[in-house]
Design a protein around this ligand. Structure first.
Ligand code: HEM
Length: 171
């Protein structure tokens, strides 16, 4: 192999790496934008479902198909957000990649700890609670359906709100 062949091989390798990094960055930006946008839909629909169920309990309303749709819409938005969150965890420098710098470094940095550990773990628990609430409401008697949604969705929503990285999202 002469020098020009070697140079072209090296430059091709660099080009390959550059293209890969760019693709990864684009994927990261697209998923982050989606996760950031769907967060509004998930939080607002959950809040509506909680308020609707509290009104239902206090007014002793009958649980109608409209109430089921409100709770279902919040569940779907939350699950879509979960899928984007999971993908984001693997493409973000603040997710799985951050753990490579060592658990001690991540846990010692409040901002990084929130994004790489607390936000994902707590939100998975919150989404699981919301899903449990949805399936319990299906099995519950007519008079207890609003109660199941109110309890599980409100705890889930509270956990999500506690773990939002407000500074990077809205700030
Ligand atoms: C309903 C549940 C969730 C909500 C409402 C939510 C909301 C958010 C918001 C608002 C941000 C900030 C976005 C920005 O800076 O523009 C964020 C970041 C992030 N979320 Fe979630 N999230 C949820 C679930 C999850 C889950 C389940 C995971 C992972 C398993 C996850 C992983 C991440 C990661 C890694 C970041 C940091 C991205 C970065 O700054 O590079 N999220 N999330």
């Amino acid at each position: 192999m002469d020098l020009s062949e070697l140079l072209s091989l090296v430059s091709n390798q660099f080009l390959d790496i550059f293209v890969k990094i760019n693709l990864t960055m684009d994927t990261y930006k697209i998923i982050l934008e989606a996760h950031s946008g769907i967060a509004y839909v998930a939080l607002i629909t959950l809040a509506i479902a909680v308020i609707n169920s509290l009104i239902g309990i206090s007014a002793k309303n009958e649980f109608k198909p409209k109430d089921r749709r409100i709770a279902l819409f919040a569940l779907i938005a939350t699950h879509i957000q979960f899928v984007f969150g999971l993908i984001l965890y693997f493409v973000s420098p603040n997710g799985m990649a951050a753990l490579k710098s060592g658990m001690k470094t991540v846990m010692g940095n409040a901002a990084l700890r929130k994004l790489a550990v607390e936000h994902p773990l707590t939100n998975i628990v919150a989404i699981a609670l919301i899903t449990i609430g949805w399936s319990l409401h299906k099995k519950a008697d007519e008079s207890k359906k609003f109660r199941k949604i109110a309890i599980f969705y409100s705890i889930g929503l509270l956990l999500l709100l506690l773990m939002i990285p407000w500074g990077t999202w809205i700030g």
